[in-house]
Design a protein around this ligand. Sequence first.
Ligand SMILES: C[S@@+](CC[C@H](N)C(=O)[O-])C[C@H]1O[C@@H](n2cnc3c(N)ncnc32)[C@H](O)[C@@H]1O
Length: 239
Amino acid sequence: MQQDALTVRKRDSYQIFNDIAPTYDFLNHVLSLGIDRYWRKKLASRVPLGQIQVLDLATGTGDLALTVAHWRPEATITALDLSQGMIDIGKRKVEQKNLTHRVKMAIGDGVNLSIPDRSVDIISIGFGIRNFSGPYDSLKQCARALRPGGKILILEFSWPPNRLVRSIYNFYFRYLLPWIGNRLSRHKDAYTYLNQTVENFPFGEAFLQLMRDAGFQTVSATPLTFGIATLYQGTAKNE
Ligand SMILES: C[S@@+](CC[C@H](N)C(=O)[O-])C[C@H]1O[C@@H](n2cnc3c(N)ncnc32)[C@H](O)[C@@H]1O
């Protein structure tokens, strides 16, 4: 897919997520062989304990927000996404877990944050920033919205450094995953370009530099599961 077409697809990606919302959670667990749960738990373990305010962007059906809520019982979480279909499913999950007093799910744009300056302690983004039309703008907005010393935690796909692992992953990501994903979601191409959004997105040091430029310091990248995913962390400079 041409770069311009990929940009348009990213801008409208939340509409595709509306279509695949009913099968999203099931396919996430199947396609990642359940490893996605471990990745989210890893991010939650970096969230400080105590009565803190967390903003989860591109929350989808809320799995990351719910994982944080589970491991950090005093935290309150605002979970935003542009897809009404994903948010509706997330709201039902929050109700089923009796967490409506701590987890608020709502429609919200991760690129144009309508959140006051210096108002949250933690911002998390799980496999979402890659889909944003303006990842750098989003990072800048996050730096603005965090309290001084507040942390951003980002989970995103990356490319494994080991050649053998990379070629297996490549084959899976380019051919098998789209085939399985499109069939089980009954969508003509929702999973077709997943690999392209990953291949065209900066990871490792390149992403850390984007974070620094946007206003974060003490940034770090922790590769997970052979580097298939990476957990990024940074502290807002807002002194
Ligand atoms: C791959 S899903 C990730 C969902 C969830 N965080 C997870 O870990 O399963 C990406 C989500 O990003 C959302 N999204 C895309 N562009 C967005 C934007 N500009 N603002 C907020 N959410 C957006 C989509 O609607 C979709 O729910």
